[in-house]
Design a protein around this ligand. Structure first.
Ligand SMILES: [Mg+2]
Length: 278
């Protein structure tokens, strides 16, 4: 199997090509989370792409709460065998199963909730984790959230709920890139010490560099080892928005705009093709 870092590079190529192809979509957060999604789908999760089972019994589940970073999600799903890689070329097109924000209506394998309305995915992940307990299913539930997304009130209801109910088969990750649609999170609504906030609500908190593959894998494995001990787990993941494409790195402007032809060429020159383009 190719190295995880090589897979992440191909995922980043897919992201910029998909967004460029329709001149629409969200490259910044997608690029920042490429290492995390690659580690999850190619190493950490116990999951079964084929045949896709919506209920996901006896396998690990992942819920993308910040649904606008669908390019990285779709690439990770296709590359790990949920649907044909060639289908990435239909991203955001009419009647495509790969809508701008993931939906379940199109029955795209790997997508178990519609997301895009921010703040809801943690509640869903908690519900799925509780269902696994009721079903005596020992597998785990993972989710990903943006830091801007933490401004949604429903998030904090979930943050309060999960420790109270000892949802200890749940590993949520916050993409702490410090950026959101309108600027830096500090400028829009400062989050303060996110890890300390989760901790004081009763979560087991871990920190990792989301753009260092070794750290990502090691921290996710550590998180798995801490499940079943009475506390939900939150990983505070530092990433750089746009990671991997130098002119996109660290700029909130790349939250939701597409590269031009010239910018695409520049981006692809930094991201060698490793698995073959779609
Ligand atoms: Mg952000």
């Amino acid at each position: 199997m190719p190295q995880l870092k090589d897979i992440a590079t191909q995922v980043r190529r897919d992201i910029v090509r998909m967004v460029h192809g329709v001149q629409s979509g969200h490259p910044g957060g997608s690029l920042g989370c490429a290492d995390f999604l690659t580690a999850l789908y190619f190493k950490v999760m116990d999951h079964k792409p084929e045949p896709f089972d919506m209920d996901g019994k006896n396998q690990d589940l992942f819920f993308l709460s910040n649904g606008h970073i669908s390019p990285v999600f779709y690439s990770a799903l296709a590359r790990s065998g949920y649907f044909p890689v060639q289908e990435l070329s239909t991203f955001r097109k009419l009647n495509s199963r790969l809508q701008g924000h993931p939906t379940t209506h199109e029955h795209l394998p790997g997508v178990r909730i519609a997301s895009g309305s921010l703040g809801q995915g943690m509640s869903v992940a908690i519900g799925a984790a509780l269902a696994k307990k009721l079903n005596n299913d020992k597998n785990l539930v993972f989710s990903l959230h943006g830091d801007g997304e933490l401004e949604e009130g429903q998030i904090w209801e979930s943050v309060m709920f999960a420790p109270h109910h000892k949802v200890d088969n749940l590993i949520i990750t916050v993409d702490l890139n410090g950026q959101q649609i309108d600027g830096t999170t500090d400028d829009v609504a400062g989050l303060g010490d996110v890890g300390a906030k989760f901790e004081v609500f009763g979560w087991q908190v871990l920190h990792m560099n989301g753009n260092d593959m070794d750290d990502v894998v090691a921290t996710l494995e550590k998180a798995k080892s801490l499940t079943g001990k009475g506390k939900p787990i939150a990983i505070i993941m530092k990433t750089v928005m746009g990671q991997g494409v130098d002119f996109m790195e660290g700029h909130h402007e790349w939250h939701g705009i597409a590269p031009s032809d010239e910018q695409l060429a520049k981006a692809l020159a930094q991201l060698p093709e490793t698995l073959g383009d779609y």
